[in-house]
Each structure stands twice: as C-alpha cells, then as structure tokens.
Design a protein around this ligand. Structure first.
Ligand SMILES: [Mn+2]
Length: 262
C-alpha cells in the first residue's frame, strides 16, 4: 500500500452520522475498525436530528478521528455561543449541558472546512468551482470566521457546508429556480435542475477525488473523481464508509427511522 503523509493506515471516510451513534458502532464493527490499520475521517454533521449526538462526538474523539465542519456542527457551535436559538428538530441539548460539552464543542470548532491529500479532498457539502488553492481557502476561513458570532456569516464556510446546486461561477440558484422534487431524485442521479445550475460536482473535473456528504436525498454518489457518502442514516437509510485505498463502500442499515422525510 502506498504511504500517505508518512502514514500507511487505510483512510476510512464516514458519511453523515447526525447523532446515529449506534449505527456508527455497527459500522466500526462491520469495518473491523482497528486504529493501527485505519485512519478515520468524518464528512461532517456528526450531530443533530439523531438520538445520540453526544455519544457520536465522544466516539469520534475516542477514535482520534478527524472531521470537516458540517452545517449541523456549525449550528451546535452557534447555539453554544448563544447566537442562535433551538430549532424544532434539534437533538443537541444533551451536548450543551454535558460535563465534557465545552471540550467537545471546542474540538469541533477547531475542525477545518476542507482536508486535502495528494489524491483526495474532503469537504462536507461541496467545493466552489472557482476555488483553486484549497489550502488558501481554508486559511481564509480559519482567519475570517468570528466564532463569537454566527459562523455561517462566512460566505466560504457557508458554501462548503451547505451547497447542493450552483452555477459555473459558484452562484447559488435563486429560490424560484425549480429543483428536482425529492421523489424525482434517485441515488446517484444528478437531478434535472435548469441550466446553468447543476449539482456542484458537475463543475469538478479532478484529478483529485472529492469525498463529501450532506446530500441525503441524492444518496450515494460514485462518479469520476467524486464520492458522496450521505446515505441518509438518520432518515432510516444507511450509514456508509468509503475505504479510499480499496475504493470500497461499506455500510450498515439504520436501526430506526429517526426522522421522517417531510
Ligand atoms: Mn449537512
């Protein structure tokens, strides 16, 4: 196996956990997770909507995993900072009151928006078509985000953690542009949005492979230089891992449908 950054462990990427810690335990069992052999990376959104967000965060830390920031992680950080109120489907109160809550939230706050290797890029939602120097983007985010305010005020961070469709210059479709209805989206299907808009990865041409999550309605994505891992565990789908060195998906079913798709 080729050594990556002096580390010969296999890189295992895990899709959106969203508090589904039981399924994360099942998935680690299924992978025969071994910290000597596997380096774990999460696609972001470790927390919220699912039943065990606190345990999901603790387990990620026990595994010495890394993660990129997701929109739900940012929501937790903003709630902890007192700049946002609770949303109806939030399941993160237990983190805000836990004895190790501050420590877990400050760990999350230190996660980057993008992690990159010579052959791969990890981001929660997607990459802006005009981003060429990702390290510079990440530095700009790290410098620019005011963590005492709402981190979503950073346009770069908002894009990386929320984009689904965009135009060739990264413009987000106006609200009145028709998007494919959920019932019309199928796993792996790109969606029939009107040009110039398209799923963000239509503008990604490699050569590196981008690993992302965030888009449960679209489901698993396996295209040239793109791997999408959000298979909707919290919605009653599956929790999916992708082993980079084997180009192999491993997944386990949700034990329950924790949230109904509206
Ligand atoms: Mn998300």
């Amino acid at each position: 196996m080729e050594a990556v950054n002096g580390d010969d462990r296999q890189r295992v990427f895990i899709g959106d956990v969203q508090g589904c810690a039981s399924e994360l335990e099942d998935l680690l069992d299924e992978l025969r997770y071994d910290p000597q052999r596997h380096a774990l990376y999460f696609c972001g959104d470790l927390v919220n909507r699912g039943p065990r967000s606190l345990d999901a965060l603790r387990l990620a830390r026990e595994c010495a995993a890394d993660s990129v920031l997701g929109n739900h992680d940012l929501h937790l950080i903003a709630r902890a900072a007192g700049v946002r109120g609770a949303k109806a489907l939030d399941t993160i109160e237990e983190i805000l009151t836990a004895p190790d809550g501050d420590d877990l939230i400050s760990w999350l706050r230190g996660r980057p928006a993008v992690i990159e290797w010579a052959d791969l890029v990890l981001v929660h939602a997607g990459l802006h078509p005009t981003w060429t120097d990702l390290a510079a983007v990440d530095r700009r985010i790290a410098r620019g985000v005011d963590w005492t305010g709402d981190p979503m005020e950073s346009a770069d961070l908002r894009f990386a953690t929320t984009v689904r469709y965009c135009g060739p210059q990264g413009d987000i479709p106006p609200r009145d542009v028709e998007r494919p209805a959920r019932r019309e989206t199928r796993p792996g299907h790109l969606g029939s949005i009107a040009p110039p808009y398209a799923p963000w990865d239509a503008f990604w041409h490699g050569p590196r492979t981008v690993v992302f999550g965030h888009w449960a309605e679209r489901g698993l994505v396996r295209r040239d230089c793109v791997r999408g891992l959000d298979s909707g565990c919290v919605w009653g789908g599956r929790l999916t891992a992708w082993i980079a060195e084997q180009d192999r998906f491993v997944s386990v079913p949700a034990r329950e449908r924790y949230q109904a798709i509206d």
